[in-house]
Design a protein around this ligand. Structure first.
Ligand code: CA
Ligand code: CA
Ligand code: CA
Length: 239
């Protein structure tokens, strides 16, 4: 179980404009740079699987659809039995995603993913409008990339996120305890073994925050596993 943070590559790939910190202030540490403060990327793997870190307990996270079944059922029941659960921001039966809208071709249409997340370089392309919750699995998927902290032998799912505004983006990955999951966030889909700005593989709930995602500048969220581990996951990406 390890947790690494670095930001050299993304900073290199995403040139900062002016004084704006795109994805970090560029401490080219080549690996395990500082996790908090000026790095621009805050990784908050809550100890013991809980959202105990400051990052993990951010309002965006806590209000997200990750409350899943309880949230969705209450939303449905309070809205009447005829309410379409697709678009309520939570995963309901038969849904692979829910982005809280009825818009098509934004990554999640009719609560099904538009594309394929099991290949690079593109990955599933998501236009992040407000939030999206995705329920999927890496089991049976292709092994096409890895994070520097894990994923070499495990299958992967890649999501290309296009921010529709410049703002912090919170990312939360929840898996069963028997899925030794790895969460990678970086500026390209495949990046070999070079250090990723975010690569964390501990706890059943992994959270991180892209402190300043930039409108129109895509970044990639990779779900993979330690060793050969694979399994179901729920991924929430939200402003
Ligand atoms: Ca739903
Ligand atoms: Ca949509
Ligand atoms: Ca892999």
């Amino acid at each position: 179980m390890r947790s690494f943070v670095g930001c050299a590559l993304v900073v290199a790939a995403w040139a900062c404009s002016g004084s704006t910190d795109v994805f970090g202030t560029g401490q080219p540490t080549g690996g395990s740079g500082g996790a908090n403060g000026s790095t621009g990327i805050t990784v908050g793997p809550g100890a013991g699987g809980g959202a105990t870190s400051s990052t993990a307990s951010s309002s965006a996270m806590s209000s997200s659809a990750m409350s899943s079944s309880a949230m969705s059922s209450s939303a449905m029941s309070s809205s009447g039995s005829g309410m379409d659960p697709c678009g309520n921001g939570a995963i309901d039966a038969g849904e692979a995603c829910d982005d809280g809208n009825k818009d098509a071709k934004d990554g999640c249409t009719g609560c099904m993913l538009d594309g394929a997340a099991d290949a690079c370089p593109t990955g599933e392309v998501i236009t992040l409008k407000k939030a999206i919750v995705i329920a999927s699995t890496t089991s049976g998927k292709a092994n096409f990339t890895a994070g520097f902290c894990g994923g070499t032998f495990a299958p992967d799912m890649a999501f290309q996120v296009m921010p529709s505004k410049s703002a912090p983006v919170a990312i939360k990955l929840v898996t069963p305890a028997n899925f030794d999951r790895v969460l990678v966030v970086r500026s390209t889909c495949t990046q070999g073994f070079t250090p990723d700005p975010v690569c964390i593989d501990n706890n059943t709930t992994l959270t991180t925050t892209v402190q300043q995602a930039m409108q129109g500048q895509a970044f990639f969220v990779i779900v993979t596993g330690h060793q050969q581990s694979s399994g179901p996951f729920t991924l929430t990406i939200t402003y």
